[in-house]
Design a protein around this ligand. Structure first.
Ligand code: FAD
Length: 492
């Protein structure tokens, strides 16, 4: 084991093997049974959905929130890197222990406590997003933030990445539901940012600093989350368009007309082609290779009737075909198309650069047109789908990692894409965060002064730089690193 061998030498100072062993022995004494050093445990904590793997020295599976304080106090004393981990579904490498050290696995912290008066639920970070939604639905309550990974992702990971998802267009992102947080600072001290209350404006708002900070500023051990009433009814339709221009023009028209879908997902023709190739059949019998919109409406029966009428009036002259889901099962079948296309892209090449850029709603077609130009210029496929109601599109660049020329072209393509996004008034990331994968583009998005201000906050909250070092600020070029061929739970 290469103790203290950090991939990013500048980030963490070398820790001697003797010191590392001493720290680990102390930790094992303080938290018996929680510290795993076997290869299988270290391997499974070494990787997230970016699939770059760095072995940590140990994995600590805490069973109580207070144990997090014990781990951090010791790690801070010895200067050992600590990477928090929920389900490891991060798309950016944010959960990869790039500087080795210890992985703090929070997935066993799973308590859920609902206050029936305030409709605020207090949850531990290891609770799975979908499990929380299902449990709250039994009380007629709705926790809307729902990344496509919700079956696997944890609330702690969602908060640390400020996760978005399919219902954001109407209901907002994770941040909009976090009323308060409990957790631990880098030095192991317990802190509370807010309480399970609907109003709280006491002191500086560090709660919002932690949300989306990717485990670099503190570790969340409890979250107080706002719930809303479960919508009475839902309706879903899938619409086919002859090209991306008409699909995205339709989105603009719907939103301008004041229709507020609870979901508005877009797929370009390249993505649809992938899904159709995988299943061997056309999604719409009348036409193959179409661009798609998947639209969901929700609300009371009256609201739904009115909205659906207005929606169909707008879509009828624009779409070439559509299907409506009459049952939950039929809605699931429609959503399966969206899920399928992501995995189906691997029929084009073995690696994808998976971006989650955001542009103003009315400029989405400008972005799509650019991805098509880029496809020609770099000679690599650029299938794109995403949350068109938010302007948040997942642009992919597909390439074969073992092919040096394709790697070079993919890199060129991604840099050009990010420049274009920023020139359209957009963001380099809308929900995945920076992690390792987006570091090269931080300077495109933020001024030198803004990055320095962020680094001062990091320094103030984590002076020894032990919390998830190597992320957000430190140079890393994802295309230069070998990925592992590991089957993840969400791979179909
Ligand atoms: C198939 C698929 C679909 C996806 N779809 C979406 C989507 O629609 N929208 C979206 O936003 N994302 C999506 N993602 C990305 C990912 O699922 C989300 O970022 C999710 O929030 C990560 O949760 P996790 O539990 O897996 O966190 P992890 O991957 O384990 O960790 C993510 C980050 O959070 C930190 N962290 C974890 N727990 C804590 C804690 N308790 N305290 C402090 N820091 C912590 C980690 O250190 C890391 O930096 C998708 C991923 C996959 C694989």
């Amino acid at each position: 084991m290469g103790f203290g061998l950090c991939m990013l030498a500048k980030v963490s100072q070398k820790i001697s093997e003797t010191k590392m062993k001493r720290a680990l022995a102390q930790l094992k004494r303080k938290l018996p049974g929680r510290v795993l050093t076997d290869l299988a445990s270290r391997e499974s904590a070494s990787v997230d959905n970016l699939r770059i793997s760095i072995l940590p020295h140990a994995v600590i599976r805490v069973k109580k929130g207070a144990e997090v304080g014990v781990v951090l106090k010791l790690a801070n004393q010895y200067g050992i890197p600590v990477t928090a981990r929920g389900a490891g579904s991060s798309a950016t490498g944010s959960a990869v222990p790039v500087c080795e050290g210890w992985v703090l696995d929070l997935s066993l912290l799973k308590s859920i406590k609902l206050n029936q008066y305030s409709k605020i639920v207090s949850v531990e970070p290891g609770v799975l997003t979908e499990a929380l939604q299902t449990k709250m639905a039994r009380y007629g309550l709705f926790y809307p933030p729902d990344p496509s990974s919700k079956k696997y992702s944890t609330i702690g990971g969602n908060i640390a990445c400020n996760a978005g998802g399919l219902h954001c267009v109407k209901y907002g992102v994770t941040r909009d539901y976090v009323l308060g947080l409990e957790g631990y600072l880098a030095n192991g001290a317990f802190v509370e940012w807010g309480l399970p209350l609907k109003k709280f404006v006491s002191g500086l708002n560090l709660r919002d600093l932690w949300i989306g900070s990717e485990g670099t500023l503190g570790i969340v051990t409890k979250a107080h989350l706002k719930l809303i009433p479960l919508p009475e009814k839902r309706w879903m339709g899938m619409f086919a368009f002859k090209n991306e221009r008409s699909a995205l023009a339709c989105v603009s028209r719907l939103l301008k007309a004041g229709i507020l879908p609870s979901m508005c997902e877009f797929l370009d023709r390249q993505s649809v082609d992938c899904a159709e190739r995988l299943t061997g059949r056309s999604i719409f019998k009348a036409a193959s290779s179409v661009s798609l919109l998947i639209i969901e409406l929700d609300g009371s029966s009256d609201q739904l009737r009115q909205q659906k009428k207005a929606l169909l009036e707008i879509t009828k002259p624009m779409a070439i075909d559509h299907v409506e889901a009459k049952t939950e099962k039929a809605s699931e079948a429609i959503l399966k198309v969206r899920r399928l296309c992501s995995q189906a892209m691997y029929s084009i090449a073995d690696t994808k650069l998976n971006e989650d850029v955001v542009v103003p709603i009315e400029r989405q077609y400008d972005l799509i047109r650019y991805t098509l130009e880029l496809k020609k210029e770099i000679g690599l496929a650029t299938p794109t789908f995403g949350h068109a109601g938010d302007g948040n599109l997942h642009v992919h660049i597909m390439y074969n990692r073992s092919n040096a020329d394709e790697r070079k072209r993919a890199k060129k393509g991604i840099v050009k894409l990010m420049r274009h996004v920023v020139s359209l008034g957009g963001s380099i990331t809308g929900e995945h965060g920076i992690g390792l994968a987006k570091v090269p583009f931080m300077k495109l998005q933020h001024s030198k002064e803004a990055i320095e201000a962020m680094q001062s906050v990091k320094k103030a909250l984590d002076p020894n730089g032990i919390l998830n070092p190597g992320k957000i600020f430190h140079p890393f070029e994802v295309w230069d690193h070998q990925t592992v061929d590991k089957k993840m739970p969400w791979d179909h």
